[in-house]
Each structure stands twice: as structure tokens, then as C-alpha cells.
Design a protein around this ligand. Structure first.
Ligand code: G3H
Length: 249
């Protein structure tokens, strides 16, 4: 069994001074702990190169928070998957609910980005999850099923992150039984869509994960890890998640 992956999404945070503070704590941890759970750091684009210089040759992997569908060209202000690969990234978060809402990203666009990421040799972390209204109206499974169908390409090779929008950044994570129900539902859909490969796709949970609730979350059957926002900016807390992940394999 594989240890759960811990992915830290800094979102739009991390000036150089803050990045240095976080990275120096991560490096000190890596000095003391030689073998720990797979841990991915996703800083903003501006810090990718800087962070990579420090975490290169350590157990940490680098991830980005988005990419463009095209390989290169006249797309002012955008970053391609090949550029992310070139700077040392191994992962890219796609379809985060903040991008689905702020940038009106559709499932089709996310699918195209996923294809571009895979083509460049990155592992996409595709985010799905329902809003509060969709949860309360009882339609959450339909929403999730349609996001899976619409956002994941035929040859999907990556991770899926279940992030109920209403649990993101609120400090209150979804209830464990609700997470477990959806993780199992996602697994069933992945198996229906991809057969044997669908059994292997890691399914992560994200939404107010913190040291006090992560043990119970890791204990959820079929869960492959966590996608962490706010706590990834607090190195002491983030590293507690990494430490707790050691007990689950
Ligand atoms: O990408 C991370 C998620 O949006 C979770 O954020 P959060 O841990 O601050 O709730």
C-alpha cells in the first residue's frame, strides 16, 4: 500500500520572504526524516523556479496551480504545461473550484488542460466537488458524476481531488461519512469509466484539512491523500500532516 499523498496549494500567496520561510522549514524536516509520505508543494507561478531550486533532490515534488491548453504561442499572460515541466514541476492542479468560479472554467476546458498536462509529462490533479446549494438540494452525486465525465479525458493518468466547495477555507471540513460516501462514489465512476486503471487513480480530499482532523480523514477507506490550502502556508502544521501520513499505508 502507498502512503497518502499530501499536496499543499499555496493559492495566490507566497512572496519570496514567505516562500523562503516555508521552504526552510520543509528542508529542515527533510534533513531529519529520510522516508516520508509523498509531498507536493504548489506555489504560485512566480515562485516555482525559486522553490524548485531549493527542493530539488529532496523528497518534495513541485506542482503548479494551472496551465494553458496550448503548448506555446500568442497567449499573453499564460503558462503552458511544457513550461511547468521545464521549470521542474511534476504535478499541476486543474479545475480548482476557485478557477471554475473566478475564470468560468468549464469541464471541457479542464479536460483539454488535463490532456495538455499529460502530454507534457505532468500528473494532473483534477478537482471536482459540489457547491453548498448542490449539496443541500441532494444533487451532489449528479454534479460529481457529470464533472468526472466532462473533465477527465479518455486516457486519464493523474489524481482526482474531491473538494466540496462549501468546505474550502471555512475551517470546517465535510463530515467523514459524507467524504467517505463521495470518495466511494468517485471510485465507482472511475472504475466504470476506466476499468482496472480506475481502481488505481488516487482520490484525494480537500477542504479545511488541518492537524486536528487529518487522522480521521486519512482513515477513510479508498482515500489516497489530501489537498491542503490554508494549512500549507503554516509549515509547522503542514508538516504535522506529513508526519501523520506516515502512519497510514
Ligand atoms: O486546494 C486546496 C483547497 O481549496 C482547500 O483549501 P483549504 O485547506 O484552505 O480549505
Amino acid at each position: 500500500m502507498v502512503k497518502p499523498v499530501v499536496i499543499g496549494n499555496w493559492k495566490m500567496n507566497g512572496l519570496t520572504k514567505e516562500a523562503d520561510h516555508i521552504v526552510s522549514s520543509l528542508l529542515a524536516y527533510a534533513e531529519k526524516h529520510k522516508d516520508f509520505a509523498p509531498t507536493v508543494i504548489c506555489p504560485p507561478f512566480t515562485q516555482l523556479y525559486h522553490v524548485q531550486k531549493h527542493i530539488k533532490d529532496t523528497p518534495y515534488a513541485l506542482g503548479a496551480q494551472d496551465c494553458h491548453v496550448a503548448e506555446k504561442g500568442a497567449h499573453t499572460g499564460n503558462i503552458s504545461a511544457a513550461m511547468l515541466k521545464d521549470v521542474g514541476a511534476g504535478y499541476v492542479i486543474l479545475g480548482h473550484s476557485e478557477r471554475r468560479s473566478d475564470h468560468k472554467e468549464t469541464d471541457q476546458l479542464i479536460k483539454e488542460k488535463t490532456i495538455a498536462a499529460q502530454k507534457a509529462g505532468l500528473l494532473p490533479v483534477v478537482c471536482i466537488g459540489e457547491t453548498k446549494e448542490e449539496r443541500e438540494s441532494g444533487k451532489y452525486k449528479d454534479v460529481i458524476a457529470s464533472q468526472i465525465k466532462g473533465s477527465l479525458p479518455e486516457n486519464f493518468n493523474g489524481l482526482v481531488a474531491y473538494e466540496p466547495v462549501w468546505a474550502i477555507g471555512t475551517g470546517v471540513s465535510a463530515k467523514n461519512e459524507d467524504i467517505a460516501e463521495v470518495i466511494h462514489f468517485i471510485r465507482e465512476k472511475l472504475v466504470a469509466q476506466y476499468g482496472e486503471n480506475g481502481k488505481k487513480t488516487p482520490i484525494l480530499y480537500g477542504g479545511s484539512v488541518k492537524p486536528s482532523n487529518v487522522k480521521d480523514i486519512f482513515a477513510i477507506s479508498e482515500l489516497g491523500g489530501v489537498l491542503v490550502g490554508g494549512v500549507s502556508l503554516i509549515p509547522e502544521d503542514f508538516l504535522q500532516l506529513v508526519t501523520i501520513a506516515q502512519d497510514f499505508a
